[in-house]
Design a protein. Sequence first.
Length: 269
Amino acid sequence: MRVLHEHFRADPATLGEDQFRDYILHVKTRKGWKPNTIRQTVACARIFFIEMLGGPEWKVFSQICTRDHEALPAVLTREQVALLLRSIRLRRYRIPVKLIYCAGLRLSECLSLTVDDILGDERKLMIRDGKGNKDRMVPLGLEMVEDLRAYWKFHRHPVLIFPNAGRGPCSPDKLAARMRRATGPMPLGSLQRLVVVARKELGIPDATVHTLRHSFATHLIEAGASLHTVQALLGHKQINTTMVYLHLTHRSEQDSLALVEKMTQGLPR
């Protein structure tokens, strides 16, 4: 009830139903609170005013109705992806970020990869224990395979592709030695912070590491890949989850226009 106290500058126990209704309208229209935050506030208020203070049931608790608005995920253009990768100067950060885009990986899937997961000769990548404890296989471009091989040859960790670099001197030999002895992969936060800083410097809005996965899916569909193909590559359980990318691509609009043009050609005028 701290927020009510700060807003009204009064003991929340002295407030009435009309004041609480006004407060909810204020946070919704003026402060732009999300539906889930409003629902949590109403639930806490009901416990405080009704269960703890023993007051009567307020109508406002049943009148407030909030619906979640499912926002479309942010997607980068191919040019923005290239700009982002070029801005990441250190290879130990650039390679995993590039792989997330080129294979549509989740951040945790990328950083937990082992040497046994890279099937270089087959140009495939094995994702083990993905979301829902599912394994999947995704294709890898030749350039990405070569990047991974060159990066592993630098540190030669017996298990991990992206071992933690730790802290210490950044000379190549000492850095490689620390990575070779690492007991775990690179921390998730390292890449998360790096991408946020890079996109701010480039003036790219709303980009996170996960945005690269969304961009991978959208660009595949724009190139003509089927929804079921993208579903399999991303490891989605339901096709409905994959269908969101249809709203992020220009291809469906272009295809619809071409189809309408073809259908209407030659008809009587």
